[in-house]
Design a protein around this ligand. Structure first.
Ligand SMILES: Cc1cc2nc3c(=O)[nH]c(=O)nc-3n(C[C@H](O)[C@H](O)[C@H](O)COP(=O)(O)OP(=O)(O)OC[C@H]3O[C@@H](n4cnc5c(N)ncnc54)[C@H](O)[C@@H]3O)c2cc1C
Length: 631
């Protein structure tokens, strides 16, 4: 038993519902409020609705793309993940924040409870959701994994980062490593016995990986020796698993300059014998961990490779083609980071709503006998809460579309279907990452606002969501870099056909809403139509600005936001159409989705024409930057 009240073993858990050790419990909070800071309700029905009715996962299952997998089995996996997230991981969230990971003499100790819950999580088979069954994985679709990833992050972002990085390592090794490496490492990673890391960043090489300096030298035995320093390495060292498998970008002595001269290597913390047994320590160590704004439970490590003879490494993929392999890891990780934004936004919304229902201030129109009203009755607070909910669902829809596109790219029936799905996944990935993490930030910030002063005080937990969510817009490619990727590399995909197909899909939804009509939809179709018009106009401007790249680059971030608003609005409208269909079959339980789509279209997506106008002015207003910014 550990401090969190969690016993190790196959999901035999009970959870304390008390404030975590070290949590400040101030005089203003009621017992109920303190407990609320600890609770998490996994949004299973919203996730399943989005997968089925927005992202087309149900259709993909019906088409038989995933063999025997049926809807009920997929749902039961998500429900089981929800149970684990709620009962085991969520109670770690606060203790992870308060205690944080600690460092002493090269060793990193996880906060109380993390190690046991991680081991229970691995025993449950969760490390291998998408990994191939030949390596002990469950071989499930990315759509199911997306659902699980959101749940882990909603429960505790600090915890969820470890599995996210391992999943990226599994993907890169499965796709690019030679068979002996795959056979040696994948079963251990897919079982969660070992974890994975991604070692890209160096002090001089962040967004610009051309500048990577870590050196790789060829050894006579066909392996390599690595020398260099990596910074900001998530879970680069910890005590939750028996070994840590580092994937490291480094440069060979005869490599060409720039990103074409970067190779990817696998370098474990403990060397591994041919029989899989752990051998001596490799020449890699953690020199320190960072003190940071949030995700305190997740150690962010400075890693030193090659203090003496060099860290022994094995090539993954081909020499000098390391970035290709790394992108295999980063694309899934980018979607995973987008889902962190969704997970934390959902949790922040749950907490803000519960607080708003209890906190009484002022008198609303509903107030009887002049009594103070719960703040949830005030229109401005309702606006904040609906904004939180609508933005969260919009981002979730985009992430789920991306996940199902990844699945179709792999399992689609025809070559054409697979290619188009691959292009769709490529187009949507930067939007899923950047839009969703911006939403995570915004929603967490609104959550603090709903709490008023108590939101700024740590005991409610609202402040932690804001601190934790902030990093997601920065790592896995800063959001500004995602926007540049969208306008420079993704809009030209398939000669512009990929974005044209996406816009056509949004138009079809808009037309379906317009023809459905009815008071419940309000101006949904009209506002959605304007948002898509704005996206079309901005896309034309960016594509035509190819000869004036500064104009496109100046508009990249507003363009990504505009894309997210139009695509997110269409996702909510599609959910609303499905809810109406259910209502026509006497199930009115989902009709709130119609009102939510309307709220998004009328109150949030209306920013779209303004963004298009800003994009259309290109880099003009930046031209006299030095004079404008002043000294
Ligand atoms: C908590 C944490 C965990 C991390 N985990 C990992 C990890 O596990 N592995 C790993 O390898 N790295 C990790 N990182 C590093 C992270 O990926 C980088 O911080 C991120 O990619 C940004 O790089 P940078 O910090 O050097 O910022 P910079 O590249 O210096 O960027 C600073 C700003 O300039 C902008 N910018 C940069 N270049 C351009 C350009 N060409 N055009 C327009 N704008 C530009 C960026 O958008 C950003 O806003 C982590 C970082 C943190 C803080």
């Amino acid at each position: 038993m550990n401090d969190s009240g969690v016993t190790c073993g196959r999901i035999s858990l009970y959870i304390n519902d008390i404030a975590a050790p070290g949590t400040y419990v101030g005089p203003r909070s009621t017992v109920k409020q303190r407990k609320r800071a600890m609770t998490y309700r996994a949004p299973v029905s919203d996730i399943l609705f989005s997968l089925r009715h927005v992202a087309g996962f149900g259709e993909a299952i019906d088409e038989g793309l995933f063999g025997d997998l049926d809807d009920a089995t997929a749902a039961s996996v998500v429900e089981e993940a929800a149970r684990f997230a709620t009962e085991a991981i969520a109670p770690l969230n606060r203790v992870g924040d308060v205690e944080g990971a600690t460092y002493e003499n090269g060793r990193v100790t996880s906060p109380s409870g993390f190690r046991d819950v991680y081991r229970a999580w691995a025993e449950g088979g969760w490390a291998g959701v998408t990994a191939a069954s030949e390596y002990g994985g469950m071989g499930l679709p990315h759509a199911v994994n997306a659902a699980c990833g959101e749940l882990w992050a909603g429960a505790s972002m600090g915890f969820a980062l470890c599995p996210l990085l391992s999943e990226g390592a599994i993907n890169a090794i499965a796709k690019y490593a030679a068979k002996p490496l795959r056979d040696l490492y994948l079963p251990k990673l897919a079982s969660g016995a070992w974890t994975g890391t991604m070692n890209l960043t160096e002090p001089q090489a962040g967004s610009d990986l051309n500048a990577v300096k870590t050196r790789a030298e060829r050894s006579a035995d066909g392996t390599y020796r690595l020398f260099g320093q990596k910074i900001f390495i998530t879970y680069g060292e910890h005590d939750m698993a028996d070994n840590i498998v580092h994937l490291v970008l480094a440069r060979l002595p005869d490599a060409p300059a720039g990103t074409r001269g970067i190779s990817l290597f696998l370098a474990p913390k403990f060397l591994v014998g041919a029989d899989g047994a752990l051998g001596p320590r490799n020449d890699v160590r953690c020199a320190s961990i960072e003190h940071k704004l949030g995700i305190h439970a997740s150690p962010t490590c400075v890693m030193i490779f090659g203090d003496s003879a060099g860290a022994q490494g094995w090539l993954v993929g081909e020499e000098n083609r390391g970035l290709n392999a790394m992108f295999a890891m980063m694309n899934s990780a980018r979607l995973g980071v987008g889902l962190q934004g969704v997970g934390i936004a959902d949790r922040a919304t749950q907490q803000a709503l519960a607080y708003a229902r209890e906190r009484r201030q002022g008198r609303s129109g509903k107030s009887a006998n002049g009594a103070m009203s719960p703040i949830v009755e005030h229109p401005d607070v309702q606006r904040m809460l609906l904004t939180m909910k609508a933005e969260t669902q919009a981002a979730r829809g985009i992430c789920h579309l991306t996940a199902v596109a990844i699945d179709r790219a792999r399992h689609g029936r025809s070559e054409r279907e697979r290619r188009e799905a691959d292009e769709r996944a490529a187009l949507l990935t930067p939007v899923a990452k950047a839009f969703s993490t911006d939403i995570g930030d915004e929603v967490a910030s609104i959550g603090v606002q709903v709490h008023g002063g108590m939101g700024y005080i740590e005991e409610t937990g609202a402040a932690q969501y804001l601190r934790d969510s902030r990093i997601a817009a920065i790592y896995e490619g800063a959001n500004g870099i995602q926007a540049i990727d969208l306008v420079q590399r993704k809009l030209p995909l398939a000669g512009g056909e990929a974005v044209a197909r996406e816009i056509a899909d949004m138009r079809a939804i808009e037309r379906a809403v317009a023809s459905r009509g009815g008071a419940r939809f309000g101006a949904t179709a009209a506002r959605l139509s304007e948002a898509i018009d704005a996206l079309e106009a901005a896309t034309r401007f960016i594509v035509e600005a190819r000869d004036a790249p500064e104009d496109a680059l100046a508009g990249a971030t507003p363009y990504l936001r505009l894309f997210g608003l139009a695509r997110g609005g269409a996702c909510l409208a599609k959910a609303a159409l499905a809810a109406e269909e259910l209502a026509a079959k006497d199930d009115a339980s989902e009709l709130g989705r119609v009102a939510l789509a309307r709220f998004f279209a009328e109150k949030i997506a209306t920013a779209a024409p303004g963004l298009a106008a800003a994009i259309a002015t290109g880099a003009g207003a930046l031209e006299d930057f030095d004079r404008t910014i002043g000294r």
